[in-house]
Design a protein around this ligand. Structure first.
Ligand SMILES: [Zn+2]
Length: 81
């Protein structure tokens, strides 16, 4: 559509942002959702997160690195961008 996107609210930080800067719950991979849920118990289906998801992805990678003795990272492809 050609009209500008309405502002939506990030469920994690509460800021209002254009839809283009938000990632919907269903697109967020489950390991990332797990971390989000830990920090934000309200994170649930239908929620949105802003680009700070990239930061969460980094947390996830650090976590995997520190647990890699017991947990094998399974094809963690695609970093931020
Ligand atoms: Zn946010």
């Amino acid at each position: 559509m050609k009209d500008h996107s309405p502002l939506l609210t990030c469920s994690v930080c509460g800021r209002s942002l254009p839809a283009s800067e938000l990632v919907p719950f269903e697109v967020v991979r489950s390991p990332i959702s797990e971390i989000l849920r830990r920090n934000r118990p309200g994170w649930a289906e239908g929620d949105l997160i802003c680009l700070e998801i990239q930061q969460v992805q980094m947390e996830l990678m650090e976590e995997i690195a520190s647990h890699r003795r017991s947990v094998e990272p399974e094809g963690l492809e695609g970093g931020p961008e």
